[in-house]
Design a protein around this ligand. Sequence first.
Ligand code: SF4
Length: 227
Amino acid sequence: MSKEMLETKYDIPPEIRNQVTVTTLDKVYNWGRRNSIWPMMFGLACCAIEMICTAASRYDLARFGMEVMRPSPRQSDLMIVSGTVTKKMIPTIVRLYNQMSEPKYVLAMGACASGGGPFKEGYNVVSGVDKYIPVDVYIPGCPPTPQALLHGLVSLQRRIDAQSIPQTRWYNKEDSGEAIPIPVLGPDLMDPRQYEQIRKYSLEKAAREKAVAEAATAGEPSATPTH
Ligand code: SF4
């Protein structure tokens, strides 16, 4: 048990100090969770190489209880989005996110995952994974170093420390935790949540084009000579 947990503001008799402690359920619960985060084992681009380095011996993720990278979303607490998020990949990322069980967290590693990076506005790139799934921690850099990733992971631990059981979304009955609609890749990427907006825009555009075509037809000089 950490020194921090043994320290308490309550007055404990000196003879049982260091043997008994008084703490909150939130603190014990969060202490267990923050030190056993299992990241999902997947990478998207060059940032993934830095993530792999972070897990190797020099930086050693095991110090944080995070070395058990899982190949299944059902066993993972943390999705590290390490690399460029393409339009082709985002449906799979959203599906994997939906398949993770609560409590779950997302860490956007690097400029690409955070906002599109050097490929922002590219025809095939999503300008940040947070357009589709909620992100808890962003790490800047292209690529971020293993130290930067470790800093992001420690930031996530601090975020977990601040959570309280009554407020967490996975125990909140009103927040049903519905799955995020999976984007559809057709001629371009479409978010099912924006279908109504897209339909409205398309109808307005078609009406505008029709009006322009009718006005052009009405103002056209007659093709047949009138003499
Ligand atoms: S942020 Fe830089 S290093 Fe990371 S995936 Fe994008 S281009 Fe590669």
